[in-house]
Structures are given as structure tokens and as C-alpha cells.
Design a protein around this ligand. Structure first.
Ligand SMILES: [Fe+2]
Length: 288
């Protein structure tokens, strides 16, 4: 057995922390920026979806949330673009977007010990993430966190995945990352309740000729496949279909990581709101 495999196996023998919930939510920025101008019926439905999700997150009493999100050119650009970056700092900065100025906690408390454990587990298992001791968390994570109206913000371990500029992680690798996260939590030697929150997607187009288009057919097939839970059909659909559902659909990688962490056991769909007003096929889910 190679040393990395030995370390990986050894890490799995000390389960203490608990994965208490896995959730996903869209994060279209117009939900924040254009909120006063959105139709009342849409605002009520979006609020209900985020509220239901928030209620479920509150119910699991998470101490820490692993937040899976894209980086919208906030921390990284083409001169320095990691495929996946784990935030291991004591704290992180809040969103830079003016329309997110009402987001309350600044700075956002991180969980350096849990973040470092995930990083070390990944490296021991032949994954190669990069790291940051301080990230600026944009609307990708902060919009769902704020809309869920949590009375107490858990510590956040952000994991930012390149979902803007190809080439990107394969969906197969995203599922593997999810399994790795599950194993890392199970081997973390602290009594911590950990939740996973994946943000982004589903179909949407930003800054391209199809901007504003929503591929409702793809979104519904995608949600059905996630709900069924089987990884094979999901990988087929995502590898061959997501690229045609707008450049924003690359963010479904975060959902794939969450699904891998859940062991493919399927999820409950809270709501799907294909909203031209916010340019996004907005979806909200909790894994069983
Ligand atoms: Fe996004």
C-alpha cells in the first residue's frame, strides 16, 4: 500500500464529526439587485424557497457549513485560476457587490481546523486542491446564506470551484470530490456538526448571446436525475447537456459535489422556479 493510501485509510478510522445535512440553492444576483422591481408573486415564491431551505438548515443545528460555490472573478482571474480552492482561514471577507451591502456578518468566520483537515485529507487521497487563508465571498455563497435568514451564522469553510473558464473539473471528478468531503468529515476528530451547502445553477446564460435564456427542459431532466440518485445517468446528462444550458450551468458542478457527498441517495426538491426576471432556472433542494 502506498503511503498516501495508508494515510487515507488511517484517517477514516476516527469518526467523530457528523455530516448532518446537504443542501443546494441557486444564487442569481438579480434576486438581490432587482428585488424591489420583481413581481410580488415571484418574490413570495423565492422567499418561500429560501425560507424552507433555511428552516431545514436551522433544524440540523450545523456548527460549520462547507460552502461550495463558484468564484465570480472576485478572488481569481485568468492570471491565477485554481480548479478548486479551499478556504482555511480564521475569517473571510463579505461580498464586494454593492447590491449585497445588506449582508450582515463581516468578516465571516471560517473554520481553519476543519478546512485544513479537508485539505490534508484531499492531499493524502491524491487530490490536489489549492488553498487560501482569506477569501472574499461574493453573492454565490452570501446570497443564499443571507436569504435563508439563519439566526446564527455557522462557521464557513468555502470551497471555490472554477466554473467560469474552461477547462473545468469533470463531473465525474466532482462526484469524487463529494465522496472525499464525506470521508473527510467522517474522519475529522472533533465533535462538530457539519452541513454542506452547494450554490449555483441551474440553466442560465451570462454575458453571451443567449443571456436571459432558461432551458427548462434540461433543468427538469437534471432535477429528476438528481432526485433519482443514480450517478451514471447524471454524469451522462451533465457532461453532454450542461454546456448547452448556458455558461452559468457550469455551476451545477457544486450540486454534483454535494450529490457525491450524499452517496447518491437522491434529494427532495423544495422548488424549481424558472424565472426570466432573474435570468436563472432557480432550484432549491435538500438531500435525504
Ligand atoms: Fe453564479
Amino acid at each position: 500500500m502506498r503511503s498516501s493510501s495508508r494515510d487515507c485509510a488511517r484517517a477514516r478510522r476516527r469518526p467523530v464529526a457528523e455530516l448532518v445535512g446537504i443542501f443546494a440553492a441557486s444564487h442569481g444576483p438579480l434576486i438581490a439587485r432587482d428585488w424591489p422591481r420583481l413581481p410580488d408573486a415571484l418574490k413570495q415564491r423565492l422567499s418561500a424557497a429560501y425560507g424552507e431551505l433555511g428552516g431545514r438548515v436551522i433544524a440540523v443545528r450545523a456548527d460549520a457549513i462547507i460552502g461550495l460555490a463558484p468564484d465570480h472573478w472576485t478572488n481569481f482571474f485568468l492570471d491565477n485560476l485554481p480548479a478548486l480552492c479551499i478556504g482555511i482561514g480564521e475569517e473571510h471577507d463579505g461580498p464586494p457587490e454593492p447590491f449585497m451591502r445588506d449582508f450582515a456578518p463581516a468578516p465571516i468566520l471560517g473554520d481553519p481546523a476543519l478546512g485544513r483537515h479537508i485539505l490534508e485529507t484531499a492531499l493524502a487521497c491524491d487530490f490536489e486542491p489549492t488553498l487560501s487563508y482569506r477569501l472574499r465571498l461574493d453573492h454565490g455563497l452570501c446570497l443564499p446564506l443571507s436569504r435563508m435568514a439563519l439566526p446564527r451564522m455557522p462557521r464557513i469553510v468555502p470551497i471555490l470551484i472554477n466554473e467560469l473558464e474552461p477547462p473545468m473539473l469533470s463531473y465525474r471528478r466532482c462526484f469524487a470530490w463529494g465522496r472525499l468531503l464525506r470521508d473527510a468529515i467522517a474522519s475529522y476528530p472533533e465533535a462538530v456538526r457539519v452541513a454542506i451547502l452547494a450554490t449555483g445553477g441551474l440553466s442560465h446564460s451570462i454575458g453571451e448571446p443567449t443571456m436571459g435564456a432558461i432551458d427548462e427542459d434540461f433543468d427538469r431532466r437534471c432535477l429528476d436525475a438528481f432526485a433519482q440518485g443514480e450517478e451514471g445517468p447524471l454524469i451522462d446528462l451533465l457532461e453532454h447537456g450542461a454546456a448547452g444550458a448556458g455558461n452559468g450551468a457550469h455551476e451545477i458542478r457544486n450540486w454534483a459535489v454535494a450529490h457525491g457527498a450524499a452517496g447518491g441517495r437522491g434529494f427532495d426538491l423544495i422548488d424549481y422556479i424558472p424565472s426570466p426576471e432573474v435570468y436563472v432556472g432557480c432550484a432549491y433542494a435538500a438531500w435525504r
